[in-house]
Design a protein around this ligand. Structure first.
Ligand code: ARG
Length: 266
């Protein structure tokens, strides 16, 4: 089955405000470099991995719209839309909703009194949705989704400010494998993860790798696409039967994102 992914060209991308510890308006992204890096990721997915990549039109007033992971969490044909925590990104909600509506998806809104940041904070491991909370998503979003979809949602508190979306420190892979950074979770969260994922399916990244956004990976079959990272990580993946593809994401890290943040599986 061909994977389908939504992306958004970085035409208006930039560090225009600071809403996470990686962002500093005095350290701007190099626009040309960002465009090249984005096109590299796009062609890796589309041409090399044969993913059906769909594009949502970028809009001028929303520099972070390039991070489509935050548009919604998907469940079949349903898009449960984000309710962004910060006003700077709330303007993206209607643009993404328009795209889903025009492309045959069912657009679902939770009350706007709940903060929820889509697949940036909600990832499926099997049929269970693992969802982060505190920095960007409220825990009420988890019970709302669980009730609405009738699925199990497991809540994991994100305790490290640098790993403010769950997709910065947790990445389920095909076959029940999991890449994650234990220090981004409290001891209870770690226990929950360990109970859920057997030891040989855990791919644990270290502090250095976590700081390169190594957990922010796009998984397509047996391929794993990340930012540039360590040889150790490539070997870990190899031992578990995965092929590692690295694409330089330096310009997007300045906004606190990397490869996975730039994609949404739809
Ligand atoms: N600057 C964006 C923000 O702070 C980055 C989003 C990264 N996306 C993600 N899925 N982790 O919201």
């Amino acid at each position: 089955m061909t994977e389908k992914i939504l992306m958004c060209r970085p035409d208006y991308y930039g560090i225009k405000y600071e809403i996470n510890p990686w962002m500093n308006v005095n350290i701007q992204a190099d626009n040309n470099k960002a465009k090249i890096q984005w096109e590299n990721l796009y062609s890796t997915l589309k041409d090399d991995l044969k993913v059906d990549v769909q594009l949502v039109e970028p809009k001028e007033d929303v520099p972070d719209m390039v991070f489509t992971a935050n548009a919604a969490v998907m469940h079949g044909n349903k898009a449960i839309m984000s309710r962004f925590k910060y006003p700077e990104r709330q303007k993206e909600e209607k643009y993404y909703a328009e795209w889903f509506q025009n492309n045959g998806y069912e657009v679902i809104w939770m009350p706007n009194t709940i903060a929820f940041e889509g697949a940036g904070d909600a990832l499926y491991l099997g049929n269970t949705l693992f969802s982060g909370y505190v920095p960007r998503t409220d825990i009420q979003a988890h019970s709302w989704i669980s009730n609405f979809l009738g699925i199990q949602v497991i809540s994991l508190e994100l305790i490290n400010k640098s790993f403010y979306h769950i997709d910065t420190c947790f990445c389920p892979l095909e076959g029940g494998y999991l890449i994650y950074y234990p220090e981004a979770f409290d001891s209870y969260g770690n226990m929950v993860i360990e109970r859920y994922v057997e030891p040989e399916k855990r791919i644990i990244v270290n502090k250095e790798e976590a700081s390169y956004f190594t957990c922010n990976a796009v998984n397509v079959g047996k391929n794993v696409v990340t930012n540039l990272t360590t040889k150790r990580f490539t070997n870990l993946l190899k031992e578990k039967g995965f092929n590692h593809i690295q694409v330089d994401m330096s310009e997007f890290m300045k906004a606190g994102g990397a490869s996975k943040c730039l994609t949404l599986k739809i």
